[in-house]
Design a protein around this ligand. Structure first.
Ligand SMILES: Nc1ncnc2c1ncn2[C@@H]1O[C@H](COP(=O)(O)OP(=O)(O)OP(=O)(O)O)[C@@H](O)[C@H]1O
Length: 279
């Protein structure tokens, strides 16, 4: 017997007015599976997460989380939103931020006791190794420290799926690896499915089971080896794109307009090699 998919999209379409971002999208994400969602700016990656969060309705088709239709406030979901730097004057400690993941979620008012709640928050803080700064004002922390606390907040409710919207943005390489490692460890230990929106696949390439690549209404789903090829990306972008493997990293090289068309996806190459224009 196969397990119920943690995330299931069937015949999913999202249109805003006359503009269709994608349609005919079928995707089942298994427990513990790590799916990277890639694509240029405006291709509908964040909108996909919003659908699963119950914030935006599908135009047609269905979206389920652990077999149930999507809905707002679903306790099966842990969400790491796009990173915004916290205001330095914010009177909120890291511990309070993580606590919001408990209070706004599954236990709500019925949560058994303050002591149990605190123990759950402490465990989540320890899991991301943030004990040393959990009581400091969050605005005073570095981007990497803030992001580890956001991961703790997303994990504290023990979600079935983690939705991550560019969680590595503006982190240095060491922190990218640390944050990606935390997410990977959780899905391995708890079978948490992961949908990971990113412009930069290289930091997570070894973790990715499958890629969903969205471009201007078209998409492709498969392993990174299947999708991240010159043929597939050229087809998606409708222009010549070359994917090179440099050691264990992927470098996407566009030609002419492809550099613009690639948008953020072109950032795949930024810390490895530079875009090249072949005349
Ligand atoms: N409520 C809305 N009404 C109309 N258009 C919308 C709405 N929300 C988003 N859009 C448009 O849909 C497109 C997809 O937006 P979305 O944020 O999902 O893209 P994205 O792939 O996450 O982009 P980025 O990489 O820039 O974050 C954009 O062109 C956006 O302007």
């Amino acid at each position: 017997m196969t397990a119920t998919p943690t995330v299931s999209l069937q015949g999913a379409e999202l249109s805003y007015g006359t503009r269709t971002l994608w349609s005919g999208l079928d995707l089942d994400v298994a427990p513990g599976e790590f799916v990277a969602v890639l694509g240029p700016n405006g291709s509908g990656k964040t909108s996909l997460l919003k659908i699963l969060l119950g914030q935006v309705p599908l135009t047609s088709g269905s979206a389920r989380i652990v077999g149930e239709p999507v809905r707002a406030g679903n306790p099966h979901i842990g969400y790491i939103p796009q990173q915004k730097t916290m205001d330095e004057g914010l009177p909120l400690r890291g511990r309070d931020l993580v606590g919001l993941g408990v209070d706004g979620h599954r236990w709500g008012l019925g949560f058994r006791s303050r002591r149990t709640r605190n123990a759950v928050v402490d465990a989540a803080i320890a899991e991301v190794g943030a004990q040393a700064y959990a009581d400091a004002p969050i605005g005073a922390l570095s981007g990497g420290e803030q992001q580890r606390l956001r991961v703790a907040q997303a994990l504290v409710g023990d979600p079935a799926v983690l939705l991550c919207d560019e969680p590595l943005l503006s982190l240095d390489l060491a922190n990218q690896q640390r944050v990606a490692g935390l997410i990977d460890a959780r899905r391995r230990s708890h079978d948490t499915a992961v949908l990971f929106v990113t412009h930069e696949i290289n930091p997570i390439l070894p973790l990715v089971d499958r890629v969903l690549y969205l471009v201007d209404g078209r998409f492709r789903i498969g392993t990174a080896a299947e999708v991240m090829t010159s043929e597939v990306l050229s087809e998606l972008y409708r222009t010549e794109v070359e994917v090179l493997k440099v050691r264990d990293r992927l470098v996407v090289v566009g030609t002419g307009d492809a550099i613009d068309a690639l948008g953020g996806a072109g950032e795949l190459s930024t810390d490895c090699a530079h875009h090249e224009v072949h005349e």
